[in-house]
Design a protein around this ligand. Structure first.
Ligand code: FAD
Length: 364
């Protein structure tokens, strides 16, 4: 049957790191989890997108620099001194939500957020199968993993081999003995190329020459640069941006690929052929699979009923927290990228946005 509508102060949509950090600050401001605010998540287990990433994923910064507010990520002890694994992050997020009793409601995929016309109090209705909530405010923290971005190239439909997005990639063994083309110039492409090239004949193609960070520099510099760039823009200055979140961190597997001589990117091909890819100059290469490591877009389908202005897939946001939807002041967006806060799409970077949202929602 139709679920009974429950009234709460705040609904947080998404129980990944952004939703959890928001829950942490709402709770600290005195709101009771499960009663005053509800965190809803579509997945059937904790960890946001992390359990769905590939098995061999490594963070681009050490555990001590990958923490959410309140509780540090436990140290990652690895004889090879690598960066934390995906499973270490999942474990951390699982314990984080338990530690703060955030009572994430799952699995409920929110299908719509709309204005409650019948309510003079001006509430927002949040609806998912089996769940109907009415809230004074909504925080959308749904991340990007549910919307992998595929560019369009001629011939994509006629290519007879396998095409997959990085979101669907799990382990290199699936490609053992094959010829694989890896597309994309960021960390995902570099890490996937590095491991696939241990078992397959891998070719790397990028639209721009990849930018590698120095060996002794890790993801920390990316956070610092993201913040500095935003501050500079706010003050009307220019910022060269010596490093961006797309710059490649030399994690152990990527260094190993360099040592094996496979970390060379070719220019982007111009089309796919039935059995491979072809460049504008007429060269071709046969391959069995193309892995598109071409990024993600914000997962905002549930907000459609609100009819918000968007440009390039981003909702217009502002206000003191920088997260308030300009067309719907009861809605905040957290964790999607620099447009919702400097480095807010990272573990270490989402805290300040989450704190500002909780402050905006709890100030009298
Ligand atoms: P997510 O983790 O995607 O969580 C969103 C949650 O919302 C999910 O649980 C999802 O089920 C749920 N959801 C979505 N839609 C709905 C809906 N309609 N209703 C209900 N629930 C919904 N950051 C770092 O700090 N360090 C790194 O090393 C790092 N490496 C990365 C590597 C890759 C390959 C990628 C893609 C990202 C990486 N990031 C890294 C960036 C960032 O930390 C992650 O993308 C992170 O998952 C973002 O957290 P989030 O909470 O915003 O979104």
């Amino acid at each position: 049957g139709v679920p009974q509508r429950r009234e709460v102060e705040v609904v947080v949509i998404g129980g990944g790191q952004a939703g959890l950090a928001t829950g942490f600050y709402l709770r600290r401001a005195g709101l009771v989890p499960g009663r005053d605010f509800v965190v809803v998540d579509a997945a059937d287990r904790p960890g946001g997108a992390w359990p769905r990433t590939w098995d061999g994923l490594r963070l681009f910064s050490p555990a001590g620099f990958s923490s959410l507010p309140g509780w540090m990520m436990p140290p990652w002890d690895d004889a090879t001194r690598g960066f934390p694994t995906r499973d270490h992050v999942v474990e951390y997020l699982t314990r984080y939500e338990e530690r703060y009793g955030l009572q994430v409601q799952r699995p409920h995929r929110v299908e719509s957020v709309r204005r409650a016309d019948d309510d003079p109090g001006g509430r927002l209705l949040v609806e998912a199968p089996g769940l109907a909530l009415s809230a004074r405010a909504v925080v959308s923290a749904t991340g990007t993993w549910d919307r992998p971005f595929w560019p369009t190239y001629p011939g994509m439909r006629t290519f007879a081999g396998r095409q997959l997005h990085a979101a669907g990639y799990r382990v290199p063994e699936e490609f053992a003995g094959q010829r694989v083309v890896v597309v994309g110039g960021g960390n995902s492409a570099a890490q996937i190329l590095a491991e696939v090239s241990t078992v397959a004949d891998a070719t790397w193609v990028t639209t721009r020459p990849p930018r590698f960070l120095p060996d002794d520099v890790d993801g920390r510099v990316l956070f610092a640069t993201a913040r500095a760039r935003i501050e500079a823009l706010e003050q009307g200055r220019e910022h060269a941006g010596v490093a961006g979140l797309g710059d490649i961190v030399m994690v152990a597997s990527v260094k190993d690929a360099r040592d094996r001589g496979v970390l060379h990117a070719r220019a982007m091909f111009s089309r796919l052929t039935p059995d491979g890819v072809a460049w504008a100059d007429g060269t071709t290469q046969q391959c069995d699979a193309v892995i598109w490591c071409t990024g993600f877009r914000p997962a905002l389908r549930h907000l459609r009923p609100l009819g918000l202005r968007t440009s390039a897939g981003h909702v217009a946001v502002g206000g003191p927290s920088g997260t308030r939807a300009l067309d719907e002041p009861r809605l905040h967006l957290v964790g999607y990228g620099d447009w919702t806060g400097p480095a807010s799409a990272t573990l270490a970077g989402v805290g300040p946005s989450a704190r500002a949202v909780a402050a905006a929602l709890t100030k009298r």
